[in-house]
Design a protein around this ligand. Structure first.
Ligand code: GLY
Length: 376
């Protein structure tokens, strides 16, 4: 069932709760499909999980086993180039899509088991992972520490500048006709029988809608009026960047303790912590110390690189680490697009396609059972 063609005096076809990359991607797709869309964002689009990221498009570093989640990540990565082209033609924005691949390095004896396990299942699944000796890894990236033992190479990986992406998606959604209500908290989802009827804002204003999409990241489960618990919890990520000109690395370098993402302008992003400390967001001495220690372990020459920036954001974690996508089983015009945890940047375009398609009455093109809310 599509949501176009308003009935019963509904003001808009779709309210999207949350204006991060996920909410904007859904809003863009729905608006491009001709639906009237309002995005309600409590702060500024892209300020939270969309920023607590470095823009790695790295399925093989993020999935821990074959299966539906890995398949979704791989498909998302494969579809990224077309998405980036479309964004450029819609907005003129360059989101700095680039990639020499990822090197996943073992630096300590205890790291080797994790890399061996990844190598084992990824090779068995024919995923094109390469095992590099320390010398081979250092030939690709001379700044790597002499303590690197060996490495995996994920040659198909890319990255985007996630801040640019958040702005570009906001712009694309707005250009397609989505209206943005910024600085507004949604207090509750309004229900009428077995359907949702819209949302009520914290100040009491109501926005009537044919469909509501929950894309509010770790805040998505805090609304009243939801038909069931929505188990998303904040997982804080702290990040640091340093200036390295000329750039120290070409590849993204990942390790069991931190990752390094080189931007073309010489910034090297060091991320990220994963801290379950509630809705408190901060940059802490302990977090920064851990990140910098991890970075120097990978590349001792970074010790003299000027510190550029520190920041943090809250990712939406779920009990199984998988996103929550698709319709509510009881309220079919309530849709979930949240819980993307560490993979919101990679999964934003495909989530926009999936949830946008549902709003437009089309098939999702992906089996959503593994990501359904009723798996909990
Ligand atoms: N995608 C990596 C992170 O969330 O830290």
């Amino acid at each position: 069932m599509a949501f176009g063609g308003r009935t019963g005096g509904a003001a808009v076809d779709v309210v999207v709760v949350g204006g991060g990359v996920i909410g904007c991607a859904v809003a863009r797709k729905a608006a491009l499909g001709g639906l009237s869309v309002v995005v309600v964002e409590r702060g500024r689009p892209g300020a939270e999980a969309s920023s607590a990221a470095a823009g790695m498009l790295s399925p093989l570093a993020e999935a821990n086993e074959p299966g539906a989640f890995l398949d979704l990540l791989l498909r998302a990565r494969a579809e990224y180039p077309d998405f980036v082209d479309a964004l450029r033609s819609e907005t003129g924005a360059d989101v700095a899509y680039s990639g020499a691949g990822t090197l996943y390095v073992a630096l300590r004896e205890e790291d080797e088991a994790e890399l061996e396990e990844r190598l084992h299942w990824q090779s068995a699944a024919g995923l094109g992972v390469e095992r590099l000796t320390a010398d081979e890894a250092r030939a690709l990236e001379p700044a790597l520490s002499p303590h690197v033992r060996w490495a995996l190479r994920f040659a198909g990986d890319h990255q985007v500048d996630n801040r640019r992406l958040a702005l570009a998606l906001w712009s694309a959604a707005a250009r397609a006709g989505a209206e943005f209500r910024l600085g507004c908290d949604v207090a509750s989802v309004l229900r009428e029988g077995d359907r949702v009827a819209g949302v009520e804002l914290a100040g009491g204003e109501r926005i009537a809608a044919e469909a509501v999409v929950l894309a509010g990241g770790c805040w998505a489960g805090r609304l009243s009026g939801l038909p069931r618990p929505l188990p998303v919890e904040p997982v804080m990520g702290q990040l640091v960047s340093v200036e390295t000109l000329p750039p120290t690395f070409r590849h993204v370098v990942d390790s069991p303790r931190c990752y390094l993402v080189p931007r073309a302008d010489g910034r090297l992003i060091v991320g990220a912590t994963a801290e379950r400390v509630g809705y408190r967001r901060a940059v802490t001495p302990a977090g920064v110390m851990r990140l910098l220690a991890g970075a120097l372990e990978i590349a001792p020459s970074l010790a003299d690189a000027p510190l550029a920036e520190t920041w943090s954001g809250l990712r939406p974690g779920t009990p199984d680490g998988l996103p929550i996508l698709g319709r509510d089983p009881d309220l079919s015009n309530l849709l979930y697009a949240t819980g993307h945890f560490r993979n919101g940047i990679l999964l934003a375009p495909i989530t926009g396609e999936i949830v946008g398609a549902l709003l437009l009455g089309e098939d999702a093109a992906v089996d959503l059972a593994p990501f359904a809310i009723d798996r909990f």
